[in-house]
Design a protein around this ligand. Structure first.
Ligand SMILES: [Zn+2]
Length: 80
């Protein structure tokens, strides 16, 4: 079976390992076309993002919203 090795960097928002039923990594790519942006492309595996691909919000380093990571949902209320 062919395996694709994916490397992530510090700008990415990858939390743990999420895989689909075929054991492929689940993530998406955010893109920011703004030439002034510090981060133009980053990987993310938050299950809650809606604005991905070319319609992404800016990266958090560029003032965009922080992705909600699985297990750290603020509505879980674990750290009240
Ligand atoms: Zn995302």
């Amino acid at each position: 079976m062919q395996r694709t090795v994916i490397t992530f960097d510090a700008h990415d928002r990858i939390s743990g390992v999420r895989v689909d039923s075929a054991n492929n990594p689940v993530f998406h790519i955010h893109l920011n076309a703004d030439p002034k942006a510090k981060v133009h492309e980053w990987a993310c595996n938050s299950p809650y993002c809606e604005n991905v691909g070319v319609n992404s919000d800016p990266h958090p380093d560029d003032g965009g919203p922080e992705a909600v990571m699985q297990g750290r949902e603020p509505w879980r209320g674990g750290s009240r």
